[in-house]
Design a protein around this ligand. Structure first.
Ligand SMILES: Nc1ncnc2c1ncn2[C@@H]1O[C@H](COP(=O)(O)OP(=O)(O)O)[C@@H](O)[C@H]1O
Ligand SMILES: [Mg+2]
Length: 341
């Protein structure tokens, strides 16, 4: 290890619409929701990550919470830069008191963002001290994180279902051959549940409650082999205005989500239809890989498998597949020519 290596610190960032994760020295050192809380008057950041999330939906007039990357685009550049800055600051041992190392970063970005947004992410990284910045597209990072050899002359289909977007991509020879991105993913599933509770049960629930429902009894199909137990939900009765509790089943949530799941299925079918035949043959043999938090929805893998008549595999620890891949890319910046400098 030369002196310069010692002075350089490498970090890999998965800048997700729902969660931001950072790997440093082969370890996930940051895993926080992509949320910032801002004081409306001074426009100063009060909290980021989990602390800001606790304020989400419970803030008063003086405080607003924002998700800077909602919907798969950077909705707020200033806030996203501040968020990265604050999160990088929490990494233990990144800077010691004697010197400030130069940072080398690989940042994973949603493939739907524009070149202007890409530039903005790089500028932000430089603002917080990065000397070398590489960007990697999300499906590529997900594939690497799943353990696929992306440089091979072989087609692979990855579906990354995050908070804001579902990204479907066919990769081969270190490139994205075709991709399809839709703004139907975890956030939409959550708002489907809010809508369902309101219209079917006259119950007004917040986003965080709806997300809990999704995680506890969410399902993409009414025919689960091992359905979870019914789940108690508290909210406000829209008729009486009083707080009340009801119980919901996974079958009900499957009904609530059905329209959105169909949109995901349709996008997958469109991506398959765009796939060049030689790569389609590869996918026929290997199947489809799912990553991202949304892929943990019960029965989603089976449903996509039935629709496509292909085997579907969910990545190990799907919430971390992308950051794992970004971390591996960081170690191979010299050999992975698809990284964007
Ligand atoms: N067990 C689960 N079942 C269904 N959805 C889940 C589960 N766990 C997390 N999610 C959803 O996954 C999404 C976040 O996934 P993530 O891959 O971190 O997104 P992003 O890359 O956009 O930040 C959220 O919408 C969250 O509600
Ligand atoms: Mg992601």
């Amino acid at each position: 290890m030369g002196l310069l290596d010692f002075m350089t610190q490498d970090i890999a960032i998965d800048l997700g619409t729902a969660n931001t994760l950072i790997i440093h020295n082969d370890k996930v050192v940051v895993d926080q929701p992509s949320i910032v809380a801002i004081d409306r008057k001074s426009e100063k950041i009060i909290a980021v990550g989990k602390r800001a999330q606790q304020m989400h939906g419970k803030s008063h007039e003086g405080i607003k919470t924002i998700r800077p990357l909602k919907d798969g685009v950077i909705a707020d550049f200033g806030a996203s830069e501040q968020m990265i800055r604050e999160l990088v600051r929490t990494i233990p041992n990144l800077r010691n008191k004697f010197f400030s190392p130069s940072l080398r970063m690989v940042i994973c970005i949603p493939s739907g963002i524009t070149q202007v947004e890409e530039r903005a992410v790089k500028d932000s990284a430089e603002q917080i001290g990065a000397k070398e910045v590489y960007l990697i597209h999300e499906p590529m990072a997900a594939a690497i994180g799943i353990g696929i050899d992306v440089l091979e002359p072989k087609g692979n289909m990855i579906i990354d279902i995050g908070g804001g977007t579902t990204e479907i991509a066919v990769l081969a020879l270190g490139g994205i051959v075709c991709d399809k991105s839709i703004k139907v993913a975890g956030d939409v599933f959550t708002s489907d549940i809010v809508y369902y509770m309101r219209t079917q049960h006259n119950l007004y629930v917040g986003e965080r409650t709806a997300e809990k429902i999704k995680i506890h009894v969410g399902s993409a199909t009414e025919e689960l082999d091992n359905p979870p137990e019914d789940y108690p939900v508290q909210g406000r009765d829209l008729m009486t205005g009083k707080p009340k509790q009801i119980t919901v089943s996974s079958g009900e949530i499957a009904k609530a989500l059905n329209k959105s799941i169909i949109q995901v299925e349709d996008a997958v079918m469109q991506a398959l239809a765009m796939t060049p035949p030689e790569l389609a043959a590869d996918i026929y043999n290997t199947g489809i890989y799912l990553a991202g938090g949304g892929s943990m929805l019960r029965g989603l893998d089976n449903r996509i498998s039935k629709k496509t008549e292909l085997p579907v595999y969910v990545a190990e620890d799907p919430l971390r597949a992308v950051v794992r891949g970004t971390g591996i890319a960081l170690k191979n910046v010299e050999s992975f020519s698809f990284l964007m400098k």
